[in-house]
Design a protein around this ligand. Structure first.
Ligand code: 5GP
Ligand code: ZN
Length: 112
């Protein structure tokens, strides 16, 4: 999608520090990490947020979670948090579906 930051990262138009890539998804380290390990897993297909998941794209989202399980195992992370912000009030700033994966420090609950 034109003018989408994460579509540009997927296309290689904006550099990123890649963690993992396959036909359906891309994972890369967050530019402003909020934990010792903080990366994002995104579908290559432009989906606005979790609120836009439906029967036409949910298999891709399921695949993102397989990738999260695989990559965290490879990185030796046995405790981590997965977060997806939906809409501005919840803190979404990039409107291309992404799952934050955060690890390496104590996490508080509830989140702020
Ligand atoms: P959101 O605020 O939408 O939940 O998450 C967007 C995330 O994208 C933020 O954590 C932000 O630091 C990250 N981000 C924004 N621009 C870039 C960029 O150009 N490169 C990388 N690697 N991360 C980015
Ligand atoms: Zn996009």
């Amino acid at each position: 999608m034109q003018d989408c930051l994460f579509c540009k990262i997927i296309a290689g138009e904006i550099p990123s520090n890649k963690v993992y890539e396959d036909d359906l998804c891309y994972a890369f380290y967050d530019i402003d990490p909020q934990a010792p390990t903080h990366f994002l897993v995104i579908p290559k297909q432009h989906i606005q947020s979790v609120a836009a998941v439906d029967e036409t794209n949910s298999a891709i989202v399921a695949h993102c979670f397989e990738v999260i399980a695989k990559v965290t195992k490879e990185l030796g992370l046995d405790s981590f948090r997965v977060v997806s912000n939906i809409g501005e009030q919840a803190g979404q700033s990039v409107f291309h579906l992404h799952f934050h994966v955060l690890a390496g420090r104590d996490m508080t609950w509830p989140p702020g």
